[in-house]
Design a protein around this ligand. Structure first.
Ligand SMILES: *Cc1c(COP(=O)(O)O)cnc(C)c1O
Length: 511
């Protein structure tokens, strides 16, 4: 069958077309046989609804099919390789799911008396112990709910420490390398700091001399912090990190390390030994809790001795009477900067992450890092003769390519990524990091087998050969086999249509 064959139903074989629930549901239909509501006197006065709510109704089989079909349109790590660089889309072990559903963890409520949730508090304390041990840091705030939220937590601790020294008016500058994740400068700016970029050197790492020049530009006492990612977003280890930390500390600044890429070094390097003052850990990346539509994030933030006193509430302590959650400043020994969330953070993710850590053990976690790095280097080594690798080999946990191998083919990074969809692959991260032109960042993660990687590499080589042979149709028309072709993503992001209204929505759809 040709790729552009139109079917009567819009279905493509067993890939089923599905309309919006508003288009298939009717308000008069209900999947449950409810008793008619008796005509009782209302106590709402004239505040009662005066028009139908108009929610779409479906029968039970229609409802089940609607959501199953939608779920099948959503690519997931359970369906196939998901080499999205920087996102660490690795397998979520099912053991962790089983643990998170144990009634003692799954069925409890944050407002329950603490005496009735001692096991959950002990789990939080044990998780904190593992995170502190793995990072070599003395304190951790468990409550942040994502990596970016953890950045905010760490930078708020830094701001509190600066304020305590009476330097808030002068320490205004935060140094951020060019290759940083966009959340780093956003976090610094949100807290009122001035973001000052540091260029990368020809090897894709922080340019040490440029860093020192920036640091000492005004004598150094106006620098609040550096926000540095290690390994960085080019997938490379920053070898000058200790020198950077020392120079920064010498002028009274703080070292924020973006720890989203911790899976590349867990069990091998302790950030505390590198001079880090604060670092968030994405439990949903490094410790395999589901993310990307599959579950909420969790971004515990480890803190050095210089910042531990400012850690946000609440946190767990223990004494002879058991475990306690320190909930307000009057119970706390140190001047917490406040709190990040209403309760204590993502309990379900805490359980999954600890289950992952304990089932691997410390030797297993070291192997996680080794295998993540091995797999990325395998991809880099098997593709770099056909694709262009700006910084060569070896890399850490992700392999970075640029678009120079596509020069003069008429195919660009976006076309290439769309052609991957026709081959059944979620594209790699595109156009990030910004330090190279037309970036393609591939992160296979450690949970992919050699057979899976071999098929992926063979597919990529076949695509590159097609591009170089001038087979433009394979790229410019792609994706031809996906439920939707090329959506106007910019329009969808800038003008999201969040409310369905007949007629209007049809006209505004992004495709
Ligand atoms: C993923 C990531 C973040 C942000 O984490 P979220 O959980 O998505 O908020 C920050 N920095 C880097 C380097 C990342 O890869």
């Amino acid at each position: 069958m040709s790729a552009d064959k139109q079917t009567f139903t819009g279905n493509r074989g067993l890939v089923l077309e599905e309309a919006l629930i508003f288009e298939i549901g009717v308000s008069s239909k209900c999947g449950v046989d409810l008793e008619p509501v008796p005509d009782a006197p209302t106590m709402l006065g004239d505040c009662g609804a005066n028009q139908a709510v108009d929610l779409p109704g479906l029968s039970e089989p229609e409802a089940v099919r609607h959501y199953v079909r939608l779920s099948q349109k959503n690519h997931s790590i359970d369906a196939g390789l998901y080499p999205l660089g920087s996102c660490t889309m690795k397998h979520n072990p099912r053991l962790n799911e089983k643990m998170a559903r144990l009634p003692g963890f799954g069925d409890i409520h944050p407002l329950q008396p603490q005496s009735s949730v001692q096991g959950a508090l002990e789990l939080m304390d044990t998780l904190a112990h593992w995170l502190k041990t793995l990072t070599g840091m003395p304190a951790v705030a468990l409550s942040p709910k994502a990596g970016a939220h953890g950045e905010l937590c760490g930078m708020m601790a830094i701001r509190a420490a600066i304020e305590a020294k009476g330097e808030l008016g002068t320490r205004k500058r935060v140094l951020v390398p060019e290759s940083a994740h966009g959340t780093n400068p956003a976090t610094a700016a949100l807290l009122g700091f001035k973001v000052d970029g540091i260029p990368a050197n020809a090897e894709g790492r922080v340019d040490l001399e440029a860093f020192k020049a920036k640091l000492h530009e005004n004598g150094g006492d106006d620098v609040a912090a550096i926000m540095l990612t290690n390994p960085n977003t080019c997938g490379l280890f920053e070898p000058d990190i200790i020198e950077i930390a020392d120079a920064l500390h010498a002028v009274g600044g703080y070292f924020y390390c973006d720890g989203a890429n911790f899976n590349a070094i867990v069990g091998r390097v302790r950030p505390g030994d590198l001079g880090v003052d604060a670092m968030h850990i994405n439990l949903h990346k490094t410790f395999s809790t589901p993310h990307g539509g599959g579950g909420p994030g969790s971004g515990p933030t480890v803190l050095s001795d210089r910042l531990a006193a400012y850690a946000p509430l609440p946190y767990v302590i223990s004494d002879d009477g058991g475990y306690h959650l320190v909930e307000d400043q009057t119970q706390a020994e140190a001047p917490a900067f406040g709190r990040m969330v209403a309760f204590h953070g993502q309990m379900g993710m805490f359980v999954r992450a600890l289950s992952y850590m304990m089932s691997h053990g410390s030797d297993g976690l070291r192997q996680v890092a080794e295998d993540a790095v091995l797999n990325a280097n395998y991809v880099l080594a098997t593709l770099k003769d056909m694709m262009s690798a700006p910084f060569g080999a070896p890399c850490m946990h992700e392999a970075l390519f640029d678009d120079s191998f596509l020069k003069d083919t008429g195919v660009d990074t976006l076309d290439f990524a769309k052609a991957m969809i026709d081959e059944g692959y979620h594209p790699m991260t595109m156009y990030f990091p910004l330090v190279v032109h037309g970036a393609m960042l591939i992160e296979p993660t450690e949970t992919e087998s050699k057979a899976t990687l071999d098929l992926f590499v063979a597919t990529m080589r076949d695509l590159v050969a097609s591009a170089k042979a001038g087979d433009l149709n394979r790229f410019k028309q792609a994706p031809e086999l996906a439920p939707r072709r090329r959506l106007d993503e910019t329009q969808a992001a800038r003008n999201p249509v969040l409310r369905w209204q007949a007629d209007i929505c049809e006209a505004q759809a992004a495709e």
